[in-house]
Design a protein around this ligand. Structure first.
Ligand code: ADP
Ligand code: ZN
Length: 520
């Protein structure tokens, strides 16, 4: 039997779960009842479709959206899922074919209009087949106080009496506590586990800052905003985990490392200390955190870029589970983009395409001049939320500026060096040329004779790194797969020919102080 994650990848072609999905799916697969509140676009369908595919039998989906059933079934069929529906739009022959397929055990999912369940013939039909679960979509239709009330939904409580061993999952995006309670009582779901997946974590302050000296920046962040607090610092590699943990300890901050290369006893001991002690900092790879329930984690810091927004959300979500102010802080720089662009070139075509989509979404979140929370929520399907006032961009809106001319200077330098074809050069050297620095390397290669030598003195060294980072993030510049050096793209040509304007975000060297309280 396939596991939920295998089904997600193989059938639906997604590589990770959205917030909440995995827990819900595992609960239903195990036979539990569930009441799911998730915003529209959050990914409710998979919460019953995957259990229906994993459990033996047919998943019966009750939905009032008759007009959409054909589309839903078509979309599933295109993915190779065996699905059918029964509603009043069908003629006798169509209905019979679906019933026969159900009885032959040839359907993974059967969509039903609620009024079908009032008909005894439908109940008799269902009794003759094998049912893996009942999914009750748009469950708020059972609420008599809501504007979507469907009297037929009241009969759904009978399913439980007739099929006491079949798990039921009720789903809705309507989240007032009153509706919630009403659904629960009318559908006899008081024994069900309730999953409330609003994606907003309002007590978390989000901040993403330009990386210059990561260790010093981290230390300053911890000392000024979180002295004595417990938190997690995520790094990409085991060696940087070790280095940063030692660095913090040397600077008087109690810190322990955690990564998969440590032996099991050490890992368990560090994890236990984190849960038990106050104010311990765990420096970790993403191997740390799954299943750890510590309510008073006051900050999560990232010293390297996560691979996806899903990862970022999951990792930062470990902060502030107690609802008190907490900070999600990240330092992010040019090397992160270079490294991730390079990683995204590995693997087969489909894998690469997915990596690039994930990375682009993550980079867009890093480089946005708008509210971070709005962007995060939008990514998870919660559209049109208002700017939050509790993220760095809300509190000190970054300026954007016209970076077309600097971009042209940088791109033409890359182009000139590329023409030499003898050796490829990293960003540092390119910036030295723009700034007109007489380094050994510049002299060695005679790069002081290039027309671009010294044309970029209007910006400083770190500004140029910021320009390169953003050009990479925007895809106006690319990473060469073998050496990780820079190369041009089609979009670079548009910029060089003045056919494309480049908007850049002004990096603030010292971000404004957070609203978050210092210690707790
Ligand atoms: P809802 O019913 O909650 O409004 P849907 O189930 O229609 O939301 O899902 C909304 C969109 O999100 C769909 O396009 C769906 O394919 C996509 N989606 C759901 N789960 C995932 C996932 N784990 N990864 C990527 N996309 C997903
Ligand atoms: Zn905001």
């Amino acid at each position: 039997m396939d596991t939920p994650i295998e089904v997600l990848r193989r059938i639906f072609g997604y590589d990770s779960f959205r917030p909440g999905q995995q827990e819900i799916i595992e609960h239903v697969v195990a036979g539990g009842d569930a009441l799911v509140l998730m915003p529209t676009g959050g990914g409710k369908s998979l919460c019953y479709q995957i259990p229906a595919l994993v459990r033996p039998g047919t998943g019966v989906v009750v939905s009032p959206l008759i007009a959409l059933m054909q589309d839903q079934v078509d979309a599933l069929t295109a993915l190779g899922v065996r699905a059918g529906f029964l509603n009043s739009t069908q003629d006798f022959g169509e209905r019979q074919a679906v019933e026969a397929a159900f009885l032959a055990g040839e359907l993974d999912l059967l969509y039903l209009a609620p009024e079908r369940l009032r008909v005894e013939a439908t109940l008799r039909l269902l009794a003759k087949g094998e049912i893996s679960l009942f999914a009750i979509d748009e469950a708020h239709c059972v609420s008599q106080w809501g504007h979507d009330f469907r009297p037929d939904y009241l009969t759904l409580s009978g399913l439980h009496e007739r099929w006491p061993d079949v798990p039921r999952i009720a789903l809705t995006a309507t989240a007032t506590p009153a509706t919630h309670a009403e659904i629960s009582s009318r559908l006899s779901l008081d024994q069900a586990r309730h999953f409330v997946a609003g994606f907003d974590r309002p007590n978390i302050h989000y901040r993403i800052t330009a990386k210059s000296e990561p260790k010093r920046q981290l230390l300053e962040f911890l000392r000024t905003e979180h002295p004595g607090d417990a938190g997690i610092v995520y790094c990409l590699s085991r060696s940087s985990v070790e280095k940063i943990a030692a660095f913090l300890a040397d600077n008087g901050i109690p810190a322990v490392p955690y990564h998969a290369g440590l032996d099991a006893a050490t890992r368990a001991a560090h994890q236990a200390r984190f849960l038990r002690e106050d104010g311990l900092v765990v420096v970790a790879t993403i191997a740390f955190g799954m299943g750890i329930d510590k309510p008073d984690v006051r900050f999560v810091a990232h010293l390297d870029l996560p691979k996806s927004v899903e990862g970022y959300y999951q990792e930062t979500g470990r902060a502030g589970r107690d609802g008190l102010p907490a900070t999600a802080w990240m330092a992010y720089g040019l090397q992160d983009v270079v490294q991730h662009r390079r990683l995204a070139l590995e693997g087969d075509e489909a894998h690469r395409r997915r990596q690039v989509l994930h990375l682009d979404a993550m980079l867009a979140l890093c480089e946005t001049v708008g509210c971070r929370r709005v962007m995060l929520l939008d990514y998870f399907g919660q559209k049109d939320t208002a700017p939050c006032g509790n993220c760095d961009t809300c509190q000190s809106p970054p300026e954007s500026w016209d970076g077309t001319v600097p971009a042209q200077k940088l791109l033409s330098t890359v182009w000139r060096l590329d023409r030499e074809r003898r050796q490829r050069f990293g960003v540092g050297h390119i910036v030295d040329i723009l700034l007109g620095k007489q380094t050994t390397k510049v002299e060695q290669h005679g790069h002081d004779s290039l027309t671009v030598f010294g044309v970029g003195t209007e910006l400083g060294n770190s500004d140029w790194h910021g320009v390169a980072r953003q050009l990479l993030a925007q895809g106006v510049l690319a990473v060469e797969p073998n050496h990780g050096t820079l190369m041009l793209t089609d979009a670079s040509g548009d910029v060089l020919r003045n056919q494309r304007e480049v908007r850049l975000r002004r990096d603030t060297p010292r971000p404004a102080r957070a609203r978050t309280s210092g210690s707790s």
